[in-house]
Each structure stands twice: as C-alpha cells, then as structure tokens.
Write a protein that binds this ligand. Sequence first.
Ligand SMILES: [Zn+2]
Length: 400
Amino acid sequence: MQPILDRAHEIAPDLIDLRRELHRVPELDRDLPKTQALVLRALEGLDLDITTGTALSSVTAVLRGGAHDGIGPVVLLRGDMDALPVTEETGLEFSSEQPGQMHACGHDLHVAALVGAARLLCERRDELAGDVVLMWQPAEETTAGAMAMIDEGVLEAAGRPTDAAYCLHVMSSGRPLGTWFSRPGPLWGASDEFIVRVVGVGGHGSAPHMTRDPIPVACEMVTALQTLVTRRVDINDPVVLTVGKFAAGTKENIIPDDAVFEATIRSFSRANRDLLEGAVRRLLEGIADAHGLRAEIEWTPGYPVTINDENEYAFARATLTDLFGEGRYDEEQFADPGTEDFSYVLERVPGAYVSISACAADDPATAADNHSARAVFDDSVLGDCAGYLAEVATRRIERG
Ligand SMILES: [Zn+2]
C-alpha cells in the first residue's frame, strides 16, 4: 500500500478547501453549529461511529480497526475547533465573514487535519489491529472543552480505555515553515488566578489608630507573595506570580474599608501547583491576622500543566523524524507559560502534544503570532499534519 504521507498529500487539496471554508465562519467557545456541521459533512461516507456532544458542539468518531477482536489498543487523536474574539486583519481572500471572530489560533487547520487523518485511517482500516477515537473539541480557548468531552465519555468512546493520545498545534511565527517542535515533560504551564479582598475599617486619614487601614497590609501582601515564590520554589521548577490589578481608596485623606488585588500564577509541575494554593492562603491570612484585619481569597483554578509522557513523546518524535527528517525537528529547551486544555487528557492518558510552524512570512521572527488579528497560517502544511496524525496512530496501534 502507498505510504500514508504520500496519500496525505494527494488529499491535501480537499483539506485546504475545508480549512478555508472553516476560516470564513469562525465560532467561539462551546456552541459551534456551523463548524460542527462542516465536520459532519466532511465525514459523510466514512465508516465511523459518530456521536455529537450534549453540553457542547463536539464530534466524536470511533474508527474500528479490522484486524483485531475487540482488544487492540485505542489511540485518541484530537483537533480543537474554536476561534477567538478578534477581528481579522489579514486581508486573505477567505477571511472571516464574522466581525469580532477569527480563527487566529489556527484551530481551523486542526479540524481539517483531523478530517484528513480520519480519511487516511479509514482507507487502512483492514490493517489496523486497534481502534482510533477522533476528538473534535470546542472551547479550548475558554471553558475547557476537553474536560467537558472527558465528562461526556470521550476517553471511553471505543468501549474500553484509551491507551495513548496525540494532538498537534500550528504556529504562525517563530520558526521556519514546516518545522516540528515539542519537548518531553512539561510543555505548557498551569494558570491559576486569585482575587484578594483585604477587609479593614475605614476612617479619617489623620487618625489611622481609629481605623484598620487595609492599604499598607495589602502592599505587604504583594511583596510577601514575591518572597514566597523566590524562597519556597525550586529555581529549576519555576513559578511566575504577577499581581496585575490593585485597587483601594478614593481620596488622600480617607482610609478605605477595603483593598482588592488580583494575581495570576503560572507553574510547570503538579507538585508546585498543589503547594502554592495552600501556601498563598496561609501567607495572606497570616499577614491580615497579624494586623487585625481579614483577608477574603477567591481562588479560580485554570488549566493544569500540560505534560508530555516521556515514552509517548519519544514515540511521536521518532515518527516525525522518520517522516520528515531530523532537520525538520527542533526540540524545545523550555516549557511555555501559555496554557492548553489538552492537559486534562494528558493527565489521564499518556500522550504527546507537538507543534508545527505554519509561518507564511519570510521572516518567522517578525511574523504575527498566534492570537494576533494579522496571524496568517500557511495551509500547505495540512498534508503533513494529516499524514503525521494518521501515521502516529497507525504505528502506535502496531506497537501494541
Ligand atoms: Zn490554540
């Protein structure tokens, strides 16, 4: 049979057409009816068990391999579907028709690449001694669509647990077109937010002894938080904490009743993340108490850290370098403090997340980045993307 990558390039024109159709109709968050309809149309005629989401416009398709008796490995491939609240300024002929909405993170390419993988794998069904779960997922940018799909059973969609999970992401800048990249272990950060209200007792600025002034106490907390990060956290497993908002008072001679500040905290290991919430709460409550005030802390957990399993990462990397050569692979030295909700899948199933440059500009260093209104993704990478996804699933099933 023809190599998967060659066949992927034969069907690439269809994938490019689909991607451009998707690009015109970007949708946000969990409710993506047009995107979902385009996925379902593209899967018509393929022998797949297809279900759609209840809480969100997801599509789950199970491809049953023909060479096993119900016990072969289950491999999951994921493509996220949602766009961003950005008004497109690329000038592309297939630009977004929806002002204020744009596929500025390239998820339209992810959807099309996964359709390509579905077609390629269906053509090889008879040789597959395992099943493939194809996961088209809304709400990556917003409300953890991956977690919602896990709640709706995507990891057991084949009727037994998933053994390995893979996905890819396209990037519009930073590296030459067609360069693949990733790293073992932590890849994207965890992000948590907290809001602190320091509750005191206001009064006249000339008589602070008659009040409980929240402003110096809140200032002390901001400084102490930075000390906490530098004294309690291993320098080789970094944490970034930023207080990005601080508000109190109305006038120079009035002591306010309260002071409020908001912070974001980024970490790269489950151990640090677990340590920090308790440590932050103890520190802030302790400082407030020491001054006779009270701290109200509202903690909002964001996405967990995205961790590539060492073995699955090595497997994905070997697949990429076999297909495209060592010269097109660049192992990243550091994790990125951005976040990704595929982390929820990788907390439950070993797997690997890789990226590919789809940079359309001559100079990747100055090209508009993902999430920019001017981000341009070169869809000539779609054949390679679909070929990789189908190949890694096929090889992983063969490996058993
Ligand atoms: Zn993205």
